[in-house]
Design a protein around this ligand. Structure first.
Ligand code: 4HQ
Length: 278
């Protein structure tokens, strides 16, 4: 017997003209297994099923003219209602759009803990504003770029949520230990061989001192976050141990910079650094 009834699951419905784009994406890997095991249930509702004319029309022309079409209002609203009816009451209806607030790990945590939610994946130029006002609770963007449809964005949201559910990752610790679990970027990873293209695996990782390894990884996560994402760093409160580790990282980095280790990271020498100038 499996423990699928002993652990909370998550139900998501996606309103989309391209169900296969969503379902085909989620069939693989960790998420595919979560679905098989009943931790995650993803359904789709196609507005085309609710189109009433003989051509099953799902697009319509924008008032004011201009290029492109919108999703037809009535089949879309009916599809959203059908999606909501399949889920426990109370879950939000979320429209994926570049105009939304940016989706982040905090949203993933919140939605993973919800009873379920509906994702509206648009196509064409988007959705009539009145549908958003009356049928949609939130508008989320996965980033500042333009997609051809909301389906990939929906998959991103589902993926980020599902991997937080108990029993979805093999190692339940990994969801909290990895990147963003603690608001930090990930530390560097190494596998075999010990030396590859002249580059060695850091000595501390080759020894069996797990306290030293944990300490090194925390130091790397802090250092890389400070270097690459000062915006994330500014938002955190550092305890004494983190302050010490970050100082140690910076001291080691400054020492590297004085050697060829720093040069490799910096890339080619500038003219000023090159000795054989014309
Ligand atoms: N879209 N984050 C869907 C996006 C988008 C984004 C453009 C949404 C096309 C039809 N969605 N419309 N960025 O670019 O979520």
């Amino acid at each position: 017997m499996t423990d699928s009834h002993a652990r909370p699951g998550l139900a998501v419905e996606v309103v989309t003209l391209f169900p296969e784009l969503v379902l085909g994406n989620l069939r693989h890997g960790v998420l595919g297994r979560a679905i098989e095991r009943g931790r995650l249930a993803v359904g789709t509702v196609d507005p085309r099923a609710y189109a009433t004319d003989v051509h099953r029309t799902v697009d319509d022309r924008p008032y004011g003219g201009g290029p492109g079409m919108l999703l037809a209002v009535e089949p879309l609203a009916t599809a959203i209602d059908a999606a909501r009816a399949r889920l426990p009451a109370g879950g939000p209806v979320i429209y994926l759009s570049a105009q939304g607030r940016q989706f982040g790990q905090a949203d993933a945590v919140r939605l993973a803990g919800s009873a379920g939610y509906v994702l509206l994946a648009g196509r064409y130029e988007g959705v009539d504003e009145r549908v958003l006002e009356t049928c949609v609770d939130e508008e989320l963007s996965i980033g500042d770029y333009v997609l051809s449809g909301g389906e990939l964005a929906a998959c991103v949201v589902i993926d980020a949520c599902a991997r937080l559910l108990p029993g979805v990752l093999d190692n339940e610790r990994s969801a909290v230990e990895e990147s963003f679990g603690d608001g930090l970027l990930d530390w560097p990873h190494y596998t075999r061989p010990e030396e590859w293209r002249g580059l060695k695996v850091p000595q501390v990782l080759r020894g069996g001192n797990h306290a030293a390894i944990d300490r090194w990884r925390r130091m790397q996560a802090l250092g890389r976050t400070a270097e690459r994402r000062p915006d994330l760093m500014a938002r955190r409160t550092m305890d004494e141990s983190d302050v010490r580790l970050l100082a140690e990282y910076r001291a080691a980095r400054a020492a590297d910079e004085a050697t060829n280790l720093g040069a490799r990271r910096r890339g080619p020498k500038t003219d000023a650094e090159t000795e054989d100038k014309p």
